[in-house]
Design a protein around this ligand. Sequence first.
Ligand code: ATP
Length: 142
Amino acid sequence: MAKELRLEIVTPDRMVLSADVEYVGAPGVLGEFGVLPGHVAFLSALGIGNLFYKKGGRTYYVYVSGGFAEVSNGEKVTILAEVAERAEEIDVERARRAEERARQRISQRQEQLDHARAQAALQRAIARMSCKTHAQSAGTLG
Ligand code: ATP
Protein backbone atom coordinates (compact mmCIF):
# COMPACT_ATOMS: atom_id res chain seq x y z
CA MET A 1 0.00 0.00 0.00
CA ALA A 2 1.24 3.52 -0.76
CA LYS A 3 2.82 5.27 2.22
CA GLU A 4 1.97 8.72 0.98
CA LEU A 5 -0.85 10.55 -0.72
CA ARG A 6 -0.48 12.81 -3.70
CA LEU A 7 -2.39 15.96 -2.81
CA GLU A 8 -3.37 18.34 -5.57
CA ILE A 9 -5.36 21.49 -4.89
CA VAL A 10 -6.61 23.25 -8.00
CA THR A 11 -8.90 26.23 -8.55
CA PRO A 12 -10.28 27.51 -11.87
CA ASP A 13 -7.36 29.99 -11.93
CA ARG A 14 -4.35 27.99 -10.82
CA MET A 15 -2.65 25.03 -9.22
CA VAL A 16 -2.50 25.97 -5.54
CA LEU A 17 -0.58 22.98 -4.28
CA SER A 18 0.90 19.70 -5.44
CA ALA A 19 2.68 17.66 -2.78
CA ASP A 20 3.26 14.17 -1.38
CA VAL A 21 1.75 14.10 2.08
CA GLU A 22 0.97 11.68 4.91
CA TYR A 23 -2.51 12.79 5.83
CA VAL A 24 -5.22 15.17 4.60
CA GLY A 25 -8.08 16.63 6.65
CA ALA A 26 -10.70 18.54 4.67
CA PRO A 27 -13.89 20.51 5.39
CA GLY A 28 -16.64 18.48 3.72
CA VAL A 29 -20.14 19.96 3.61
CA LEU A 30 -21.21 17.23 6.03
CA GLY A 31 -18.25 17.81 8.34
CA GLU A 32 -14.53 17.34 8.35
CA PHE A 33 -13.12 14.12 6.93
CA GLY A 34 -9.64 12.65 7.06
CA VAL A 35 -7.72 10.69 4.44
CA LEU A 36 -4.79 8.33 5.02
CA PRO A 37 -2.97 6.37 2.29
CA GLY A 38 -5.13 3.40 1.20
CA HIS A 39 -8.43 5.23 1.77
CA VAL A 40 -11.37 3.90 -0.26
CA ALA A 41 -12.45 5.88 -3.33
CA PHE A 42 -14.51 8.79 -2.13
CA LEU A 43 -16.11 11.99 -3.37
CA SER A 44 -17.36 14.87 -1.24
CA ALA A 45 -18.51 18.43 -1.73
CA LEU A 46 -16.44 20.99 0.16
CA GLY A 47 -17.71 23.65 2.52
CA ILE A 48 -15.92 26.78 3.70
CA GLY A 49 -13.01 26.04 6.00
CA ASN A 50 -9.48 24.86 6.43
CA LEU A 51 -7.92 21.90 4.78
CA PHE A 52 -4.78 20.65 6.49
CA TYR A 53 -2.15 18.14 5.55
CA LYS A 54 0.73 16.48 7.35
CA LYS A 55 4.13 16.20 5.81
CA GLY A 56 7.40 15.35 7.52
CA GLY A 57 5.75 15.60 10.93
CA ARG A 58 4.49 19.13 10.30
CA THR A 59 0.96 20.35 9.69
CA TYR A 60 0.17 22.82 6.91
CA TYR A 61 -3.05 24.73 6.36
CA VAL A 62 -4.93 25.79 3.25
CA TYR A 63 -8.15 27.81 3.16
CA VAL A 64 -10.74 26.37 0.76
CA SER A 65 -14.30 27.28 -0.13
CA GLY A 66 -16.66 25.31 -2.32
CA GLY A 67 -15.90 22.63 -4.86
CA PHE A 68 -15.14 18.94 -4.51
CA ALA A 69 -12.64 16.53 -3.01
CA GLU A 70 -11.94 13.21 -4.65
CA VAL A 71 -9.89 10.32 -3.28
CA SER A 72 -8.78 7.84 -5.94
CA ASN A 73 -6.69 4.62 -5.90
CA GLY A 74 -6.00 5.12 -2.21
CA GLU A 75 -3.13 7.40 -3.11
CA LYS A 76 -4.43 10.54 -4.70
CA VAL A 77 -6.47 13.38 -3.23
CA THR A 78 -7.69 15.94 -5.72
CA ILE A 79 -9.26 19.12 -4.43
CA LEU A 80 -11.15 21.10 -7.06
CA ALA A 81 -11.94 24.21 -5.05
CA GLU A 82 -13.80 27.32 -6.15
CA VAL A 83 -11.32 29.37 -4.11
CA ALA A 84 -8.21 28.25 -2.20
CA GLU A 85 -5.25 29.99 -0.57
CA ARG A 86 -2.24 28.54 1.19
CA ALA A 87 -1.92 30.06 4.66
CA GLU A 88 1.05 32.20 3.67
CA GLU A 89 -0.98 33.75 0.83
CA ILE A 90 -3.78 34.94 3.08
CA ASP A 91 -3.99 38.68 3.58
CA VAL A 92 -5.25 38.93 7.16
CA GLU A 93 -6.01 42.65 6.95
CA ARG A 94 -8.23 42.02 3.93
CA ALA A 95 -10.01 39.23 5.81
CA ARG A 96 -10.52 41.56 8.80
CA ARG A 97 -12.07 44.19 6.54
CA ALA A 98 -14.33 41.54 4.97
CA GLU A 99 -15.34 40.41 8.46
CA GLU A 100 -16.14 43.99 9.47
CA ARG A 101 -18.26 44.58 6.36
CA ALA A 102 -20.15 41.35 6.86
CA ARG A 103 -20.83 42.08 10.54
CA GLN A 104 -22.07 45.55 9.70
CA ARG A 105 -24.42 44.20 7.04
CA ILE A 106 -25.75 41.58 9.42
CA SER A 107 -26.29 44.10 12.23
CA GLN A 108 -28.17 46.54 9.99
CA ARG A 109 -31.07 44.07 9.72
CA GLN A 110 -32.26 45.65 6.50
CA GLU A 111 -35.31 44.14 4.86
CA GLN A 112 -33.53 43.56 1.61
CA LEU A 113 -30.43 42.11 3.21
CA ASP A 114 -29.33 38.84 1.71
CA HIS A 115 -28.66 37.25 5.08
CA ALA A 116 -27.23 34.01 3.74
CA ARG A 117 -24.77 35.93 1.59
CA ALA A 118 -23.59 38.10 4.48
CA GLN A 119 -23.24 35.03 6.73
CA ALA A 120 -21.20 33.24 4.06
CA ALA A 121 -18.89 36.28 3.69
CA LEU A 122 -18.43 36.30 7.47
CA GLN A 123 -17.70 32.58 7.47
CA ARG A 124 -15.08 33.02 4.73
CA ALA A 125 -13.35 35.84 6.61
CA ILE A 126 -13.29 33.91 9.90
CA ALA A 127 -12.00 30.76 8.20
CA ARG A 128 -9.18 32.73 6.53
CA MET A 129 -8.10 34.26 9.83
CA SER A 130 -8.20 30.92 11.61
CA CYS A 131 -6.18 29.34 8.78
CA LYS A 132 -3.45 31.92 9.36
CA THR A 133 -3.58 31.44 13.13
CA HIS A 134 -3.34 27.66 12.88
CA ALA A 135 -0.40 27.88 10.49
CA GLN A 136 1.31 30.37 12.78
CA SER A 137 0.86 28.04 15.76
CA ALA A 138 2.14 25.08 13.73
CA GLY A 139 5.14 27.09 12.52
CA THR A 140 4.35 26.36 8.88
CA LEU A 141 3.72 29.82 7.44
CA GLY A 142 5.78 29.35 4.28
P1 ATP B 1 -13.25 39.99 -0.21
O1 ATP B 1 -14.56 40.62 0.21
O2 ATP B 1 -12.08 40.51 0.56
O3 ATP B 1 -13.03 39.98 -1.72
P2 ATP B 1 -14.30 37.32 -0.39
O4 ATP B 1 -14.49 36.28 0.68
O5 ATP B 1 -15.55 37.88 -0.96
O6 ATP B 1 -13.34 38.45 0.21
P3 ATP B 1 -13.67 35.40 -2.40
O7 ATP B 1 -14.84 35.58 -3.30
O8 ATP B 1 -13.65 34.20 -1.50
O9 ATP B 1 -13.40 36.74 -1.55
O10 ATP B 1 -12.32 35.37 -3.27
C1 ATP B 1 -12.12 36.21 -4.41
C2 ATP B 1 -10.64 36.21 -4.75
O11 ATP B 1 -9.92 36.98 -3.78
C3 ATP B 1 -10.00 34.83 -4.73
O12 ATP B 1 -9.01 34.76 -5.73
C4 ATP B 1 -9.36 34.75 -3.36
O13 ATP B 1 -8.23 33.87 -3.36
C5 ATP B 1 -8.95 36.19 -3.11
N1 ATP B 1 -9.01 36.57 -1.69
C6 ATP B 1 -10.09 36.96 -0.99
N2 ATP B 1 -9.79 37.30 0.26
C7 ATP B 1 -8.45 37.09 0.39
C8 ATP B 1 -7.52 37.25 1.48
N3 ATP B 1 -7.91 37.69 2.68
N4 ATP B 1 -6.22 36.96 1.24
C9 ATP B 1 -5.83 36.52 0.02
N5 ATP B 1 -6.65 36.34 -1.03
C10 ATP B 1 -7.96 36.62 -0.86
